[in-house]
Design a protein around this ligand. Structure first.
Ligand code: B16
Ligand code: MG
Length: 220
């Protein structure tokens, strides 16, 4: 079969915590007197916490920050972000997402998560999503973040499926690039779908089913 596995980005694809990221970075930036807005927040999609801080600091005019000060800032942001995550429940995952994952599982596709987030396990547990996946590759397990392909190559390795037999679903330009560099097929959801950079663009999450069906000849 052409496609044996589907690797899902977490934030912006399976569920949406981007508002929480925004609010946490906004609180931190306001405290430090750094300008931050929704447009800058868009550039943080799929990018690691540390790289996100570097993007935010482009608008910082103060004295150079030490690595310890930067660590304090990312720790503080994560503390605020996790307090929002603590309120998440299974209802934060759309029905369309659950039914699509179930249909793929029923048709024997291998499913994985490929996320830059170090909070992936926490989020999957809070939303009761972990049981849908055969493997999880996340920010705690990699050295290089998207657009580097490492997180998706690790997911394929954990699934024991060759990269060319994997389809990546992503909402960030950095993630689509990572999927392509991994030698995988790509489907864009949300913001990335507007950029027309992926092999497929999804309007709804369940649009994935006919795409996977076409690759495999399986009627989904
Ligand atoms: P954390 P994804 C990414 O998740 C987010 O899109 C990005 O905004 C965030 O900075 C990154 O995770 C790291 O998250 O601070 O929780 O480790 O889209 O790759 O699932
Ligand atoms: Mg994402």
């Amino acid at each position: 079969m052409d496609t044996e596995a589907v690797i899902f980005d977490l934030d912006g694809v399976l569920l949406h915590t981007d508002r929480f990221h925004y609010l946490a970075w906004k609180q931190l930036s306001d405290e430090k007197g750094i300008y931050f807005d929704e447009e800058i927040n868009q550039r943080l999609r799929g990018v690691s916490r540390e790289q996100s801080l570097e993007i935010i600091l482009e608008r910082y005019g103060g004295p150079a920050l030490t690595p310890e000060e930067k660590k304090q800032m990312t720790d503080k942001k994560n503390e605020i972000y996790r307090s929002f995550l603590g309120q998440m429940t299974p209802a934060d995952v759309a029905d369309d997402v659950r039914t699509t994952l179930l249909a793929l599982r029923k048709a024997d596709f291998r499913l994985a998560v490929g996320s830059s987030s170090k909070n992936t396990r926490f989020i999957l547990d809070k939303t009761d999503l972990a049981g849908y996946f055969d493997a999880v590759s996340d920010g705690t397990m990699i050295r290089r973040t998207k657009p580097d392909p490492e997180v998706f190559l690790l997911a394929a390795e954990l699934l024991a499926i060759r990269p060319e037999k994997c389809l990546v679903v992503e909402d960030a330009a950095a993630g689509i690039e990572a999927g392509k560099r991994a030698g995988m097929k790509t489907a864009a959801f949300g913001d990335a779908a507007k950029l027309r950079i992926a092999d497929h663009d999804l309007n709804r999450f369940s649009d994935l089913l006919p795409i996977v069906g076409n690759y495999t000849g399986v009627n989904l």
